[in-house]
Design a binder for this molecule. Structure first.
Ligand code: ZN
Length: 243
């Protein structure tokens, strides 16, 4: 990585705001969070797309402390007990990187993403987007593959092919494409070449999130196709794909 301002990967902009994270409790400025508002949001009755969006923002603000605490508890538990997280932390250490609760941060995210990696700041966990501990585990493993690639292969994050390759590896190795996950959470059950199509789709989505591609799925898909064969087969530091 050259220069002082590496490109941001997967909307990790939130990590830049670290300095603004203070210990004092932020004041909630949204509309009152009461039973009726929750019910309207659940039933959709009397809600417009804008008011649903506003409700979601207020919800994330109102429950920020609880979400942060839950995210940090899951993170710390996984650092201690998750085999894949511990393995990846060791592997990153082997290539002279250092991951710990100090540089794996729980913060609220506005974009639809679960986490992010920034070469300078570390790993971001989106406290308001992570469903549970196993989602947090997959996300940590995914971002740790990026951290590993960054240290081991000197990735140029501004190069779309490098980015696509790391996204393919992160989706393959993190466990987020294991059949159960896909079937239960996303309802996309395909017997044939399930894993491959899942990895292709998720890598394309991530690459399209690069600011220069502005969500262009077709352009992102072409970049992913160009490097897919070689990067999908590259399972380092794993000996084989963990499912
Ligand atoms: Zn990624």
């Amino acid at each position: 990585m050259s220069g002082d301002n590496p490109p941001k990967v997967e909307g990790t902009a939130s990590l830049d705001h670290e300095s603004s994270v203070s210990d004092s409790k932020p004041v909630y400025k949204g509309k009152p969070m009461n039973f009726f508002r929750h019910m309207s949001a659940i039933t959709g009755y009397g809600m417009t797309p804008d008011s649903i969006e506003e409700y979601r923002r207020d919800f994330d603000d109102y429950y920020a402390d609880t979400m942060c605490k839950r995210c940090e508890e899951n993170r710390d538990w996984l650092i201690q007990y998750s085999p894949i997280v511990r393995f990846m932390m060791d592997q990153v250490r082997e290539v002279n990187g250092n991951l710990s609760s100090e540089n794996i941060k729980c913060l609220p995210c506005s974009k639809d993403q679960a986490g992010g990696f920034h070469p300078k700041y570390g790993i971001l966990l989106c406290q308001n987007k992570l469903r549970d501990r196993s989602h947090t585990e997959d996300t940590m493993a995914h971002e740790m593959v990026h951290a590993y690639d960054h240290m081991r292969f000197k990735v140029d994050w501004a190069d779309f092919k490098h980015l696509a390759c790391s996204e393919i590896r992160a989706s393959t190795l993190s466990g987020e494409c294991r059949p159960y996950q896909e079937w239960m959470v996303r309802g996309q059950w395909k017997f044939l070449r399930h894993m491959e199509s899942c990895v292709r789709r998720r890598a394309t989505l991530s690459v399209s999130g690069h600011p220069a591609l502005k969500g262009d799925l077709e352009a992102a898909g072409k970049i992913v196709d160009q490097v897919f064969e070689s990067c999908y087969k590259d399972t380092r530091p794993f000996r084989e794909v963990y499912k």
